[in-house]
Design a protein around this ligand. Sequence first.
Ligand code: C2E
Ligand code: CA
Ligand code: CA
Length: 403
Amino acid sequence: FKRINDTLGHPVGDKVLITVAERLKGVLRQSDVVARASEQPTSIISRLGGDEFTVLSANFTSLDHIATLTERIIQAIEQPIIWQDQTIALSASIGISVYPDDSSDLDTLLKNADTAMYEAKEKGRNNFQFFQHQMNDAANARFQLANSLRRALTHNEFELYYQPQFRNLDKQLSGVEALIRWQDPVKGLVPPNHFLPFAEESGLIHAINDWVITTACTQAQRWVEAGLFTGRRMAINISGQNVNFKRLSRRILEVLEQTGLAPQHLELELTERVMMENTDDAVESLQHFKEMGIAIAIDDFGTGYSALSHLQLFPLTTLKIDKSFVQNISKNNNSIALLHSIVGIAKSFDLKVIAEGVETEEQLKVLDAISCDELQGYLFSRPIPGKQLEQGLLSGLFSPHSR
Ligand code: C2E
Ligand code: CA
Ligand code: CA
């Protein structure tokens, strides 16, 4: 629904809500006729806010009966809406709680229906789910994780590791990618894939992005001042649903100003998904960044949403080939041809190409043969703590031929 509002405007969003409400009414009117329990209508529809509706329905004989009604609602809602020459596809996720089995008070019934709806959403589009008591455990676990992530931010439990990136030509260090780690007092070192999805779900990701920007820029400026970072870049990952690019711009400008870091030392890594969710603002902000000298990399290129048109749409400086491509190299020849074309296209857009996940000499050889500009991967170094990277820089470990 948010995408409809963002792309087609609020008046269209309103029309969609009205259409959905009417379709709901239609389905429930029919079921009232079928139920014929009394002259009174047996269902009440209301809009809870945003794109959330509640249906309060009485006089059910069985859970099957509820499931049938729910399926009818889903079928009604999934009919596309034609507006001008656009087809708007809708889907619904429905959570159900039953009085008095699931609770006898209204607030708890609503809360349980909400929890069940959340589970339905997890299952994919157009699903429904009856509330089950163990769902409260799952909801609790999510709540706890969100709490510990919040605590992690205030208690400084996050840490950045840095993974070196090298120029292919002279194998000189061209920069580092900052990768977040969570040092949980109980669980120990938690990798990002275990907590970032929850951070994204709960919206905490934006505070985490802010923390990463500040920490990485502060670190980079210290290395610049120590003479260890000349001509080198600090690459930062920005992720999350609905990244607010205007806010992100302000934040980055503030941090550059506070730390004194020159924009030429900064690189942002964004996936196509993040850029696509807010295209207009993304294009404008990224253009501004690019003009300032900040490098903009399209991350994970070749996975999921990848589209060549994105290379034209967004102001980019760098294309980052996803590690899944690199790791396919040894497996078949087609993948080499594909890689070769990607590099060719990137170059025609004037983009620098970096390959991530380089693990073997064989992969390196292929990447060299197709003129990939920069390389990153376990073959050279894993992500390491700042102190360790600094020692490497000081002892010349990252200079040519040191491998
Ligand atoms: P990514 O941006 O694609 O980062 C590359 C991931 O590949 C990192 O995993 C890195 O440790 C791993 N990697 C590097 N070289 C190799 C290799 O040779 N072989 C293999 N198999 N893996 C390699 P990591 O650090 O676990 O991060 C996972 C993902 O979490 C990142 O994927 C990124 O999407 C996200 N992430 C990490 N740090 C941050 C952060 O500070 N902010 C945000 N928003 N996202 C982050
Ligand atoms: Ca990345
Ligand atoms: Ca990747």
